[in-house]
Structure formats: structure tokens, C-alpha cells
Design a protein around this ligand. Structure first.
Ligand SMILES: [Fe+2]
Length: 439
């Protein structure tokens, strides 16, 4: 067996490849500079592929991998190659032993948009992103950006700086655009959970669920933005709640509860003082804990009418909170949360908003972790709204053997009636990890 590629060699290959792409942009084919860059690349290729093993140079979760060497947080050549591959709709390229420098040179021309499309090489095989997977990559990128945007605003507020909501607004617009292309990606992204960064993930997830409901409600682009911004920053007032109260595991004392209940008003004050959000989004921040039956907080005068979009934030808030792992509760599965929402319908939660969210999630929600009648565990990766057919990717065999989330078999079932929901946490299954490989 040949040795794995070392970081030094992977770096040399990367430099030689980027060097050739750049030289090609400046000089015609056959020019001395181009010939030298090509020779350098040929030497590195000889070193890398001399052992007789193929090598993959490609993109994984947004960063470049050369062989088994990841280039994380490397803003230079690696980021350039990722951007070029991305622009060409490619995931990566497999270099096979015997590949000639001329072939790689032709690939480099293609990479910077100057070669024929589609690319075809004998010893240099391009991996194209499957449809669906490409949209997931886009969605995951937008998700990470939204997460950072919320965190930045929260940290600025905590440290007394004036926050800038621009990146948050950009994220909401990116989500809205993706909502038109692939609503299932927006819905699937809302299943990303992270115990340690709960506050930020919760903010993004509420934004995503609310947008999905808003789309079903046929809201205008402007209304979707209002709703998305309200969702992303609905809990901004908690930056004024004592951290010990926000993080407390277990029931709050009366005094702590009173402090917690101030966060919608404090949120509105903050947002208004700093002119962070448009007026309607500010209202959603203020009203997101007002209950349909008149309860909740802050208190309101008789006859006060809650904005219909606030009800969408409330129901999305409750749904994500129930399905997330927080310090004081074990999460419900998505179908379990849907049953709870049904219980709260018309009581604390607005019935129209609950109906809309339940309709969006469907009888068998996308991303649900289920046990098949034959005993295997899988994740629902596609749902047909028309005939209720579902596709399930199997991730555990009946003996508990783990299958690859990208390559486990996908079963197409006429209905989801015989699927039994199970707890994703108990089985250590991340629905998003499975969903992003498409169906
Ligand atoms: Fe809240």
C-alpha cells in the first residue's frame, strides 16, 4: 500500500494547480511561462500518483480536501479552488495514476471558465454535485452565515457595541430565495440542533420554520422579510435577561420568571432604540409570547389584536423549542412535537398558524427518524404532498449496524402509515447529515 499524501505534498499540488490556472489567465497556451507551470505540476503529480493510488481533490462541507488532507480556514489557494469548483457546479476531481500534465492543464482552463463544458477526461474524473445536494450546500452556507449574524448581534449588544443587522437581513433574503427553489431544504435545515449554541440555532430555526409557513400562506417578498427578521431576532431581549436565568436548568423562581417575562418588551426597546429592524418585525419581537387565548406576556388591554405574523413566530418558536435539547428538557421527536402542537391549538397557539405549520410538516415530516416495519431505522428524505408517498434512507440495519448516510439504500414507500417515529438522540442519528445527501 502506498503512503498517504502528506500536508507538504498536498500544499505543493495545490500551489502548482493554482499557479497554472493563474498563468493560463495571463499567457497563451505554449508560452514559456505556461510550459514552466505545467512542468512544475507534472513533477508534483508524479510524486503524488507515483504510488499507483488515485487522489481526490475536492470540496467537503465547504472546505478543500486533497487526498486526506483538509484545508480548513485556509483563505488562500484552497479558498480559490473551492470558489472555482463551486462556480462550475463541481464537487471535486479524481486524479488517476498516469494522468498527463496536458490533461490537467485542459482541466485548469475549464476550471476558470475557459474550457469546454461538460468536462470529460480519461484519467481525470470530475465529480459533479447532484441536484438537491447543490441546494443543500447553498442552504448550509446560508445557515452558517445566519448563525454568525445572530451571534455577532448578540455579542455586540452584550459588549455595549451598536450591532449591525445587515448580515442577518442578507441571510433572510438568501433563505427566501432558496425557499422558492427548494422549500424542503429550508425545512430540513430547521432540524439542525446544537446544544451548546442553542440560542443562535433556535433563532435561525424559528426564522426558517416561519418562512416556510409564510410561503404556504403566500406572503409577499416584503412580508416574508418582515417575518424572517422577526424570527431571527425574536429573542433579542434575552441579551438583557441575567445569563443565570437564561441558562438555568430547572424551574425558575417567581422573581426569575418575572425577569424572563420582560424579554419581549426589552427586545422591542432595544430594537427601537438602535433602529435595528423595520417596525413590523419589531412588533413580532414584542408579541411572540402573547397567547391566542389572551394569556402569555406581556399583558395587553382588552381588544388588543395580535399581528397574524406574530402567531407564526409563536408556533415556530414552540415547535423548535420542543424538539431541541436544552438544559432542562429532553427533546420530543418531530411527530411528538406535532401532537403537542395539536393539543395547544386554539389554546395558547393560534389555530390557523398551527394548521399551517402542521400542513407544512405533513403527516410524515421530512427529516423524521423512523423505524421501518422490517425493523431498520431510517430518515424520511422525501415526501410527496400529492399521494403521500415517502422515501426513507436506511441508516441502521436490524442488527444495529451503521450505514453511510450518503450511500445507505433509499426505500420508496407508497405511504408513511407503517413508519414508527423514534428518538433521533437515543439512536445518535442526525437527520440533517442524512438529508443533505438528497434522495
Ligand atoms: Fe422568547
Amino acid at each position: 500500500m502506498s503512503e498517504p499524501v502528506s500536508r507538504t505534498v498536498a500544499e505543493r499540488l495545490l500551489q502548482a494547480l493554482v499557479g497554472l490556472v493563474k498563468v493560463q489567465a495571463l499567457y497563451p497556451e505554449g508560452h514559456g511561462a505556461e510550459a514552466r507551470a505545467r512542468k512544475t505540476l507534472a513533477e508534483v503529480l508524479h510524486q503524488v500518483l507515483g504510488g499507483g493510488e488515485s487522489l481526490l481533490l475536492g470540496c467537503r462541507d465547504g472546505y478543500l480536501v486533497v487526498g486526506d488532507v483538509p484545508f480548513i480556514g485556509d483563505g488562500g489557494s484552497a479558498a480559490e479552488v473551492v470558489a472555482w469548483l463551486d462556480a462550475r457546479g463541481a464537487e471535486g476531481v479524481t486524479l488517476r495514476p498516469g494522468v498527463r500534465a496536458e490533461e490537467v492543464a485542459a482541466f485548469c482552463r475549464w476550471l476558470r471558465n475557459a474550457g469546454p463544458d461538460p468536462w470529460q477526461g480519461e484519467r481525470l474524473v470530475l465529480t459533479r454535485l447532484a441536484r438537491g445536494k447543490e441546494e443543500w450546500q447553498k442552504g448550509l452556507k446560508a445557515y452558517r452565515k445566519a448563525l454568525d449574524a445572530v451571534q455577532e448581534v448578540y455579542e455586540d449588544l452584550a459588549e455595549g457595541r451598536h450591532p449591525d443587522p445587515t448580515r442577518g437581513r442578507e441571510s433572510v433574503r438568501e433563505f427566501s430565495a432558496l425557499l422558492q427553489e427548494s422549500p424542503e431544504v429550508i425545512q430540513g435545515l430547521s432540524l439542525i440542533k446544537d446544544y451548546d449554541r442553542y440560542t443562535y440555532h433556535h433563532s435561525v430555526n424559528v426564522c426558517l420554520l416561519a418562512l416556510r409557513v409564510g410561503q404556504q400562506w403566500r406572503l409577499s417578498a416584503h412580508e416574508l422579510e418582515t417575518l424572517g427578521m422577526g424570527g431571527l431576532f425574536h429573542d433579542i431581549g434575552k441579551t438583557r435577561t441575567p445569563a443565570a436565568v437564561v441558562r438555568k436548568a430547572g424551574p425558575l423562581t417567581a422573581q426569575e420568571w418575572a425577569a424572563m417575562c420582560r424579554h419581549p418588551e426589552q427586545g422591542r426597546e432595544l430594537v427601537e432604540e438602535m433602529a435595528l429592524l423595520p417596525p413590523d418585525s419589531t412588533l413580532l419581537v414584542y408579541e411572540h409570547h402573547m397567547h391566542h387565548n389572551g394569556g402569555g406576556y406581556p399583558g395587553r388591554a382588552p381588544g388588543y389584536r395580535v399581528h397574524p405574523l406574530s402567531s407564526v413566530i409563536s408556533v415556530s418558536d414552540v415547535c423548535d423549542a420542543m424538539t431541541s435539547h436544552r438544559s432542562y428538557n429532553r427533546p420530543l421527536s418531530l411527530p411528538g412535537a406535532m401532537q403537542q402542537l395539536e393539543q395547544l391549538r386554539g389554546k395558547t397557539l393560534d389555530p390557523a398558524a398551527v394548521d399551517m405549520l402542521l400542513a407544512v410538516l405533513g403527516p410524515v415530516p421530512l427529516g423524521a427518524v423512523v423505524r421501518l416495519p422490517s425493523g431498520e431505522l431510517g430518515v424520511v428524505v422525501a415526501v410527496s404532498g400529492e399521494d403521500e408517498a415517502v422515501a426513507v434512507r436506511v441508516v441502521r440495519t436490524t442488527t444495529g449496524e451503521e450505514l453511510d448516510p450518503a450511500t445507505g439504500p433509499v426505500l420508496h414507500l407508497g405511504s408513511g402509515r407503517d413508519l414508527h417515529p423514534v428518538d433521533p438522540l437515543a439512536h445518535r442519528i442526525s437527520p440533517v447529515e442524512v438529508l443533505q445527501h438528497g434522495s
